[in-house]
Design a protein around this ligand. Sequence first.
Ligand SMILES: [Zn+2]
Length: 87
Amino acid sequence: MRLGDVIDDHCVKCRRVTNHSIVSLVNGEAAKVRCRTCYHDHDYRHEQAPPSKKELKKAEAEAQAALAATVDGGHGVEEPSTNPEVV
Ligand SMILES: [Zn+2]
């Protein structure tokens, strides 16, 4: 690999894999690349897309649902307000 070589990588701005030029090399591997479609510079991602906002929201929604399920399952098991040990 050499500077200026064209490789495929995922561009967050284009939101897809596009042609990129290598702008920085570390140990003979691409470290930074520039999208040839929108000229956005970024770290080489090995063609991996970062988690999208949709995926993050989905994970968050699932966490909330799990939490809600836990609360729903706790009906009727609340401790009485007067605890003899605290007095
Ligand atoms: Zn791009």
